[in-house]
Design a protein around this ligand. Sequence first.
Ligand code: NAD
Length: 351
Amino acid sequence: MKILVLPGDGIGPEITEAALAVLDRANAMFRLGLEWQLMDIGLKTLKAQGSTLPEAVMEAARNAPGIILGPVDHLQYPSREEGGINPSGELRVKLDLFANIRPAKSRMGVGLTGKPVDLVIFRECTEGFYGDRNMFMGRGEFMPTEDMAIAIRKVTARQCRRIARVAFDWARKRRRHVTAVHKANVLHMSDGLFLREVRRVAQDYPDVELDEKIVDAMAALLVRDPSRFDCIVTGNMFGDILSDEASEISGSLGLAGSVMAGDDACCAQAQHGSAPDIQGQDRANPTSLILSAAMLLDWLAARHQRAEFERAARAMEAAIDGALNNPETRTPDLGGKLGTRAFASVVTGRL
Ligand code: NAD
């Protein structure tokens, strides 16, 4: 099985190298039979090929059984007309990767607020306010005049139902509790539609409790007591913001894994961005991408009935937990001294 690997920008190549070192070891130990197809994207290909996501990469992505995507520095990209395509948004739409699944877990026992965190955010990621992907043609963001910008927020019943089902299915394997996060007090129609669909889906899961929270209160409640949340389902932008908050509260933005998944494809992607401020310094924490890769293995295990993939994923998680438990083997974002490469070799050694 050949996994497509796209290292991305900023710290992307460093954390991808670290994740592949761990995966190589898991691959050999559990006889997974994985191979890597490495391809450049981002600022590198913009310079060399005029696009941050060349068509050959899209073609490889369509055929890949799974993808590992490093973070991209799309704030620096030029317009689409000038070759700046956000690879993450484009892959989500073209491969129908509608579910961004983002766990946050305090892997060192407690999180930054002194409370344990163990929750998963389910974020619909193909519509909402994100103008680069919420239209069939054109953009959902435009400027009628030089001093006026308009963004359109798209919410469809189908996508609300799909993301709700993913959240409720996961909840059955966890603590059977789903919190729907919305702003229906102001966005009556669009978030009203979201809530209507989540409530309808909930009827098929009488064994799972549904709770509802307005997004601003939710931001505060996450800080006050993250332990009261299990599965959180929400739209694109709220999920983007709350998942960074949750992973930071769990210990660091560099800690949380993430996949974007659809019915037929899955892409592992770190939760954080390309961190240009620490690029090339061997300071990045590769945990997020390593755990994302483990989530991809879980997805492949379910899809191809390959139990050894799941065993490898559990071993990778345990190795990460072991490394993070010891203050001597942590990266600088967690107050430790280990660089990206050294941390990866500790994790590899613990497998
Ligand atoms: P960021 O997530 O890159 O960084 C925020 C802060 O967290 C920085 O101080 C950074 O050093 C730190 N940080 C992030 N990941 C870390 C890690 N693994 N280890 C240690 N520290 C880490 O957010 P930003 O600076 O706002 O954005 C930078 C670029 O990333 C922008 O172009 C943005 O558009 C892009 N971005 C990409 C993705 C993605 O590819 N999925 C997601 C978010 C942002």
